[in-house]
Design a protein around this ligand. Structure first.
Ligand SMILES: Cc1cc2nc3c(=O)[nH]c(=O)nc-3n(C[C@H](O)[C@H](O)[C@H](O)COP(=O)(O)O)c2cc1C
Length: 168
């Protein structure tokens, strides 16, 4: 392998390289101690373990939602559908009116979930690890559901995409 020489510490080049890894987009939500919902758009959501069932997401230390996420008793993870780009943008705006007009579902374990998502997971905290300028949350999944046939929202190279159907 001969990677094109790029200064690994040039943040723009590093972001561009990482952006080659296409992901889905999730909104990770929780309730603050006073019951106020917090939520943020997250492309770092990923699977970790099947047994026990664990997932991860990493949260910027600068995120306003971080303190509430660190003390939350449950997380609601909504994997966004292709038609939920507006929600992705809204939950990526710090200080924004994130929840106004959002159809919120409350899971069996009390975590805030967003209606119309391609999949929902309800989780409880398992561990938090140091991740440089992020904190890596590992969460244990208590309940989950994927909507059959839902089309996911995709994020790649700094842009939203949708999946193309391939003929086999
Ligand atoms: C597609 C997309 C993916 C994102 N993924 C993450 C992520 O994995 N971790 C993170 O900390 N911020 C991520 N962000 C940025 C946060 O959503 C954004 O900073 C948000 O405003 C944080 O909310 P808060 O500061 O109100 O808590 C992402 C933004 C977008 C648009």
């Amino acid at each position: 392998m001969s990677p094109r020489a790029a200064d690994p510490f040039d943040p723009h080049a590093f972001r561009r390289t990482l952006g080659a890894f296409a992901t889905g987009v999730a909104i990770v939500a929780a309730e603050a101690a006073d019951g106020t919902p917090v939520g943020m758009t997250m492309s770092s959501f990923n699977s970790v373990s099947l047994d026990p069932p664990l997932v991860l997401f990493s949260v910027a230390r600068s995120a306003l939602s971080l303190p509430a996420l660190k003390t939350a008793r449950a997380f609601g993870i909504s994997v966004l559908a292709q038609d939920q780009q507006e929600l992705s943008n809204r939950f990526a705006r710090a200080m924004g009116e994130k929840w106004t007009g959002v159809e919120r579902l409350t899971g069996a374990h009390g975590a805030p979930l967003i209606a119309g998502a391609a999949a929902h997971l309800e989780c409880v905290p398992h561990a938090i690890h140091d991740g440089g300028d992020h904190e890596i949350f590992i969460a244990r999944v208590l309940a989950h559901r994927a909507e059959e046939g839902a089309h996911p929202l995709i994020f790649h190279a700094g842009r939203y995409r949708s999946l193309a159907a391939h003929a086999h």
